[in-house]
Design a protein. Structure first.
Length: 95
């Protein structure tokens, strides 16, 4: 049995965590969720709608839903949030 490098195991765990899906938005409609996915895709961020096929099949018949969840990889979550919630434009602050 070969010795394992603890740093390699930690790095592998960090890489796996970075790929874990993270919910960044709850949308009231499937169309809104699809627009967010399209917007993020235009910035090179892979996004998905959790359970999209299920939602297409059942539509609004799903009771107690907290909204349609848009998810990205954990590594892209901060960038995605900045795209979806841009801060004030600094260009307009100049006098």
């Amino acid at each position: 049995m070969e010795p394992t490098d603890p740093n390699a195991a930690a790095t592998r765990a960090e890489e796996e965590a970075a790929l874990t899906p993270t919910t960044i938005s709850h949308c009231p409609t499937l169309n809104e969720a699809q627009m967010l996915v399209s917007l993020l895709s235009s910035f090179g961020i892979e996004a998905k709608i959790e359970g999209e096929n299920y939602l297409r099949m059942l539509g609004s018949m799903v009771p107690g839903s907290d909204g349609i969840r848009v998810q990205v990889r954990q590594a892209d979550a901060e960038t995605a949030m900045e795209i979806l919630n841009p801060g004030p434009e600094s260009d307009f602050d100049e006098k």
